[in-house]
Design a protein. Sequence first.
Lengths: 258, 281
Amino acid sequence: MEKQKNVHNKIVCTDIGKTFIQKGTQQVHVLEKISLEVHDNEFLVILGPGQCGKSTLLRIIAGLETPTEGQAFLDGKLITGPGPDRGLVFQSYMLFAWRTVMGNVEMGPKLNGLPKKECREIAKHYIDLVGLQGFEKHYPHQLSGGMKQRVGIARAYANKPQVMLLDEPFGQLDAQTRLFMEKETERIWQTEKRTVVFVTNNIDEALILGDRIATMTGKLPGKMGPVYKVDFERPREPTDMEFLKLRHQITEASELVL
Amino acid sequence: MDTQSVANEVIKSTREKQAFSIIALIRNEYFLYLVSSAAFVLLWHWVAKEQILGKSLATPYDVVKELGRLMTIKLAGKNLFGHAWASTQRILIGFSLAAVVAIPLGLFMALNRTVNAIVKPVFDLFKPMPPIAWISIAILWFGIGEPSKVFIIVIGTFVPCLLNSYNGIRLIEPELYDVIRSLGGNRRHEILQVSFPAAFPAIFAGLQISLSIAWTCVLAAELVSARSGLGWIIVQGMKLTKPELVIGGMLIIALVAWLTTLLVSGLERVLCPWKRHIEGL
């Protein structure tokens, strides 16, 4: 296996395989031979049906799981654990219920030992960026689902990671809020560019957001499917001709209806 | 169309309210609270007055009169407040002793496998034992004074305090730790920023349960042997065949126990401000 040190590639996964051992003996083969490259400042969407191992792949990139086979690299360096260079956003928000919006967003800078005043300023900046100004003193349970995920995004962004990893972040939202949050994500990403890996099972979400869409096949173990380049202009509308054409192409190619 | 029909509905309902104010009154829950309480007292009075349950039920008036008498007269050196305080004091001491030891122990057990493996077998042996079962041995060990009563309360409240702080940590969503680690935190941060604050509500739930168990324990201990306290008052009422004294004692226990739960939920409000809007009690 050759070591790749391509400067354009922020993240490189080479032949990643993952097998979980459940209840001592039972083996669950989740990922098989996953190879993936994510370019610098690219918005990459990993699209796949439920239970295809895409969240596990994201957790491997995050350093929260170690692959059984293969390796994952960030800037050419082997990923061995989680770190502040990769910001994580969860499907179920995972906010600190005992902290206010401000307390949640400033957690990253605080853990990294920045002075209190600076933490505040950074947090304030990202709270404004995600459009939550005025809600700094609210507790998570006082917010709607969409607002909670804004806090989740701001919290990850505030740590100034090089890579943002989002695991089906809008899976719990209703269709209207979801579409709105997708637009917001695009706006936030365009305001402060980062390399983004965005996991979803929603093909329209993938087409609205992705620079490229890496598909994964259903049923375990998950394997990599074709990768599509989405090169038409942003902002994209689900009614655009090009949008529908690519959507058709992707659905045709994958055996499962997404 | 739609908005109009909604508007009509509103007009209709406000008109109904004005026209039939009695219906509105019956639907008012505070009014119903009043009616139901008054009905209960009247029923109680009637049953006692007509001696439907024999002579051993005192009328509400007799009970209130007896309580009034106890406020001024001293029984065994203490008036009513003195006895209520005697019981409350035992509870506060025993309850605090148990909480101070059991809560940190539960937290340690949940966070450290070794501590858990050492403490768990012993704890599991004592866990199913009802605290009242300890009364005789407590009297043998500590005599009939204060220490034996405090001991029973410690025994009774230790288990729920420990179990709740243990479960409070065990039931934390593991992904919350992932958040801390991906933000650049270490194990110490995980414990300080997630484990402890996330366990707080469970710890307070444990304290509330402990408190009601503490009242059961202190009464049982006072019924067996005591020279003061609300349990002792009830025993006096029984010995003197004075139902008004027994019922009065029971009512005061309910009142004081309720006040102590208010104390704990007040403390929870101060320490867990994020729970303030969820709480229903």
